[in-house]
Design a protein around this ligand. Structure first.
Ligand SMILES: CC(C)(COP(=O)(O)OP(=O)(O)OC[C@H]1O[C@@H](n2cnc3c(N)ncnc32)[C@H](O)[C@@H]1OP(=O)(O)O)[C@@H](O)C(=O)NCCC(=O)NCCS
Length: 321
C-alpha cells in the first residue's frame, strides 16, 4: 500500500485512535487535541490544514504541524511558516517520511507566498540532522543566566507598581513588547492576539506574568514560571532602569530560597550590572532554525541576514514555539 498524505481534519475524523497513539509514541503523553481545535477556533495562527499526516493503509505513520508567525526581516515585515510537532512512529523511522511531510509543508507554504520556514529543536536531537539536510540553518540559540536568591529583595522605585497580569492586559503587553523591539529584526511585532491565544491555549499561564505599571500605564513585564527549587523569568521586557528595578525586586521576592533563571535578551549586553550579579551566560542546546523557501533567499547566510546592519534579532520565550 502506498503512503499518502492527508490533512489533520481527515486524520482526526477517520483515524482518531491511530492519531492519538502516534502522538503518544512520539511525545510520551496524550495531547489534548480538543485544545488544539479550540485554539484554532480562537484564532491561534495555525496553517489552515493545521498539520499533515503520512497514512499507509489505516495506519498514521508520521506528522508535521504548521503555524504562521509575523517576523521582521531586512526587507520588512512578513509572515513565515512555523513548523511544530514533527514526529514519526518508532517502527516507521528512516523511511524518509518526516522529510517527505516537511517537503510537502514547504511546497504548500511556498505556494501561499511564505519565504521562510522556522522551527525549534535541540542540537542533539536526531531531527537536527534531518533539518540540515532539508536546507535549514541555525539562526538563534537562547542563552540563560542564573543566580541563587538568598537576600531580601532590593528596594524598587515606589512609582512603579507590579501586579499579576490578566487576559485583558494582552493589548498593553503587545504594545510594550513592540515598543521595546522597535529596532529589532526577528520576532519584533508580536500582536495582542498572539498573547491572548497563548493564554487560551495554555502555552503561558496568565497568572505567571508580572506586569509593571507607571501611573496606570503598562511599562514592562516579566514571565515567572515557578518550579520546586527554581523559577524561570525567560522573558522580561524592562526598557528603563526603574522598570527593571521594580521587576527584579518582584522576581526576587517571589524567588527567595530558589534559583532564579533569566532569559538573556533583555540585558543590555556585556557590562550590564545585572549580568555581573549572575553566573556567565551559557548557550543552550535548543536552537531555532530557518529554511529558505523563496529562491532569492537560498544562497544567504540566514544568521547574518537576520542581524543585518547590527540590528538585534528579537526572539524570546514566547517566540520559541
Ligand atoms: C526525528 C524523527 C521525526 C525522524 O523521523 P523519520 O521519519 O525517521 O525521518 P526521516 O526518515 O525523514 O529522516 C531523515 C534523516 O534524519 C536523520 N535521522 C533520523 N533518524 C535518525 C537516527 N535514528 N539516527 C541517525 N540519524 C537519524 C538522518 O539524517 C536521516 O537521513 P538518512 O536516513 O538518510 O540517514 C523521528 O525519529 C521522531 O519522531 N522522533 C521523536 C520526536 C522528535 O524528536 N521530533 C523532532 C522534534 S524537533
Amino acid at each position: 500500500m502506498a503512503v499518502e498524505i492527508i490533512d489533520f481534519d481527515e486524520a482526526y475524523r477517520d483515524h482518531r485512535n491511530a492519531l492519538v497513539s502516534l502522538h503518544y509514541s512520539a511525545w510520551g503523553g496524550l495531547d489534548d487535541l480538543a485544545a488544539a481545535q479550540r485554539a484554532r477556533r480562537s484564532g491561534f495562527p495555525f496553517a489552515p490544514y493545521l498539520g499533515v499526516y503520512a497514512r499507509e493503509d489505516h495506519a498514521l505513520l508520521s506528522a508535521v504541524f504548521a503555524s504562521h508567525y509575523p517576523v521582521t526581516t531586512p526587507d520588512g515585515p512578513e509572515t513565515v511558516a512555523g513548523i511544530e510537532l514533527v514526529m514519526t512512529r518508532p517502527d516507521a523511522t528512516r523511511r524518509g517520511l518526516a522529510g517527505e511531510l516537511l517537503r510537502e509543508v514547504h511546497r504548500r507554504e511556498r505556494g501561499a507566498g511564505r519565504r521562510l520556514s522556522l522551527l525549534c529543536t535541540g542540537r542533539s536531537n536526531l531531527a537536527h540532522e534531518l533539518y540540515l539536510k532539508l536546507g535549514y540553518q541555525d539562526i538563534f540559540t537562547p542563552r540563560a543566566a542564573l543566580r541563587y536568591i538568598d537576600r531580601p529583595p532590593r528596594k524598587a522605585a515606589a512609582r512603579i507598581r507590579v501586579r499579576r497580569a490578566g487576559t485583558r492586559d494582552a493589548p498593553a503587553l503587545a504594545r510594550v513588547h513592540r515598543r521595546a523591539n522597535a529596532r529589532a529584526l526577528g520576532f519584533a511585532r508580536r500582536d495582542a492576539r498572539s498573547f491572548r491565544t497563548r493564554f487560551l491555549s495554555g502555552v503561558v499561564a496568565v497568572q505567571n506574568l508580572l506586569l509593571a505599571e507607571r501611573r496606570g500605564a503598562v511599562v514592562g513585564y516579566a514571565t515567572l514560571e515557578p518550579h520546586s527549587s527554581w523559577n524561570r523569568a525567560a522573558e522580561v521586557i524592562a526598557p528603563t532602569p526603574d522598570v527593571r528595578g521594580a521587576l527584579m525586586a518582584a522576581l526576587e521576592r517571589e524567588s527567595r530560597g530558589h534559583w532564579l533563571v533569566f532569559g538573556s535578551d533583555w540585558f543590555s549586553g556585556a557590562g550590564d550590572p545585572e549580568l555581573d550579579r549572575c553566573s556567565p551566560l551559557l548557550p543552550s542546546y535548543s536552537v531555532m532554525m530557518a529554511c529558505p523557501l523563496a529562491p532569492e533567499l537560498r544562497r544567504r547566510n540566514l544568521y547574518q541576514w537576520l542581524r543585518a546592519d547590527g540590528r538585534p534579532f528579537a526572539c524570546q520565550l514566547l517566540d520559541m514555539f
